[in-house]
Ligand binder design. Structure first.
Ligand SMILES: [Zn+2]
Ligand SMILES: [Zn+2]
Length: 295
């Protein structure tokens, strides 16, 4: 098993400095759960290099209330140094810890070329691509009142359509390797009566871009109470030949490798026997392997 989606820091204002000891603790927690390799995938937006390049992207994105909420929230997340984070991750890898160097990268409409240029300056093993924002609306962020209220102002079909369009753009940009939490638009628990069209578009976007899709236990911690992706979408990924990674999306060491046994059961149900590991942004298939003790 792999845990290819891990954050070193919880959300919110705090010192953001990576340490070798913390990475070692994540590796130890993973290995204790039967997970052979982890990827550190901190949010790109937490680093000052991203703030310099992309800060203010929400301006002119329509709704003033949402844009102002996004601006405040973005400011509250700042403080990391991408060089320092990468140096520590590389040092951990060179010390023989079972870790690869990654990031979780958001979709910045029309800016993915700039993002790719920034990231090309670093020796990343794997880049996750995520859609957390529809314009200035952070739809998965239930900690911001304006974002929560926005759910009441849109139809669920419009939310899924807008989300899927951004996912397609992100995949087609070629900037990332793995679609993180591919059906995040279901997070609130509301879904279109017939989500098939959206599932088809998500699977096609992954297949034509050559990206892998992530199977994440994080959805079980959210109102939807279900892993990402749903079994129906995972079956489509499998039919389309889309490789998969496994992930907890932990924002602290206590959730590393969470519910890896349930994730393994989903993969088996869909017919997957291999996972996608990455080195230098090149896919390396590995067997799923046993889920480990106490799964
Ligand atoms: Zn995410
Ligand atoms: Zn994440």
């Amino acid at each position: 098993m792999l845990d290819y989606h891990l954050h070193l820091w919880p959300h919110g204002p705090r010192p953001l400095e990576a340490t070798l000891e913390q990475v070692a603790a994540y590796c130890q927690a993973a290995q204790a759960q039967g997970v052979d390799e982890i990827a550190l995938t901190e949010h790109l937006f937490r680093f000052r290099q991203a703030d310099h390049l992309l800060g203010g992207w929400w301006a002119g994105e329509g709704d003033g209330t949402l844009a102002s909420a996004m601006g405040q929230w973005w400011a509250s997340e700042q403080g990391g140094d991408l060089d320092q984070y990468v140096e520590v991750a590389l040092a951990a890898k060179e010390a023989g810890l079972p870790v690869v160097v990654g990031l979780e990268v958001d979709h910045y409409p029309g800016r993915m070329h700039d993002v790719a240029e920034l990231l090309a300056g670093y020796p990343f093993d794997v880049l996750l691509g995520s859609v957390h924002w529809i314009g200035p609306w952070g739809f998965d962020n239930f900690g911001v009142g304006a974002f929560v209220a926005e759910w009441g102002a849109r139809t669920i079909d419009a939310v899924w359509d807008d989300y899927t369009t951004r996912l397609e753009e992100l995949a087609d940009s070629g900037a990332c390797d793995v679609l993180a939490h591919p059906d995040l638009c279901k997070i609130s628990g509301r879904r279109p009566e017939v989500p098939d069209e959206f599932h088809d578009r998500m699977a096609e976007a992954a297949a034509r871009s050559g990206m892998a899709a992530e199977v994440s236990s994080a959805g079980w911690r959210k109102p939807v109470g279900e892993a990402y992706p749903s079994p129906e979408l995972l079956a489509r990924f499998h039919r389309a030949g889309v490789p998969v990674t496994t992930a907890s999306d932990a924002h602290g060491v206590e959730l590393v490798a969470e519910r890896r046994g349930d994730v393994a059961a989903l993969l088996a149900g869909a017919g997957y026997r291999e996972l996608a590991a990455y080195r230098g942004r090149r896919l390396r298939p590995v067997p799923i392997g046993p889920a480990g003790p106490g799964s």
